[in-house]
Design a protein around this ligand. Structure first.
Ligand code: 6GU
Length: 242
């Protein structure tokens, strides 16, 4: 998979070279290009923003610079990439979106700052490639960079061969529509707190049932909206009794 990120703060994306993502790059599983939007300016001040039509606070990112930047990054693409525009005004990013994007050849993230990017940049790009304006949650960040990093990590860990143990992706929170329950490792007792007896019993059926019950309990108390969203066949009789 090819990933390009356009931003006025390329250093913000440095963590993409670390840990799991860095290893995916080293192994050639993904290639990542981080581009400074100001490379496509032509004035001495390298300006990327201007005041908004219609008034209001803040500045809007100019279409001319974005247009050239996107043309250039998409020019050498084999297939038309999918353009992702992180914005708090977007559709909420979730695990199904990450799963869907993990099947793409090429993702381009256009990170805006200030009040946003001139809408014509998005409308023009949509004339030749799929475009999604996406938010990572109901709060406001100062720019799209951290959101892009978040989405990139969620997508890349789903690529075959990136996680050491593919079962990790299958057993995640959300994969069965529930939050993951608690987990434990040695020692058996720590600061007077013991690992639940059943986990040490060797009774695999009892362990599975216990884990399922904790997942349900946690989801009911923390994310009741996820319970409401479950299809009837995702709950068994024992679940319903809980
Ligand atoms: Cl994608 N961008 C910004 N600036 N703020 C956000 C966001 C994105 N998602 C949630 N808040």
């Amino acid at each position: 998979m090819r990933i390009d990120v356009l931003t006025i703060f390329p250093d913000y994306l440095a963590p993409v070279r670390e840990a799991l993502l860095g290893k995916a790059i080293d192994r050639g599983r993904i290639s990542v290009g981080v581009h400074d939007l100001r490379d496509w300016t032509h004035d001495v001040h390298r300006s990327v923003d201007d005041s908004p039509y219609g008034g209001g606070p803040g500045m809007v990112m100019k279409p001319s610079v974005w247009g050239e930047a996107l043309d250039s990054v998409c020019a050498d693409a084999v297939e038309q990439p999918r353009l992702v525009v992180p914005t708090p005004a977007g559709v909420t990013f979730d695990q199904p979106t990450a799963r869907r994007w993990s099947g793409e050849q090429h993702l381009v993230f256009a990170c805006g700052r200030y009040e946003g990017i001139d809408q014509r940049v998005i409308d023009d790009a949509a004339r030749r490639m799929p475009v999604e304006e996406v938010s990572i949650g109901d709060y406001v960040l100062v720019g799209g960079e951290v959101a892009a990093l978040t989405m990139i990590e969620a997508v890349v860990r789903l690529l075959p061969g990136v996680l050491g143990n593919p079962a990790s992706a299958e057993q995640d929170s959300f994969s069965d529509g529930l939050l993951e329950g608690p987990c434990y490792t040695r020692p058996e007792t720590w600061r007077g707190l013991s690992v639940p007896e059943v986990l040490r019993s060797g009774d695999h059926a009892a362990v599975s049932r216990w884990q399922r019950d904790r997942a349900l309990e946690r989801t009911v108390s923390r994310r009741p909206d996820l319970i409401d969203a479950l299809a009837p066949e995702q709950l068994d009789d024992r679940d319903r009794a809980l």
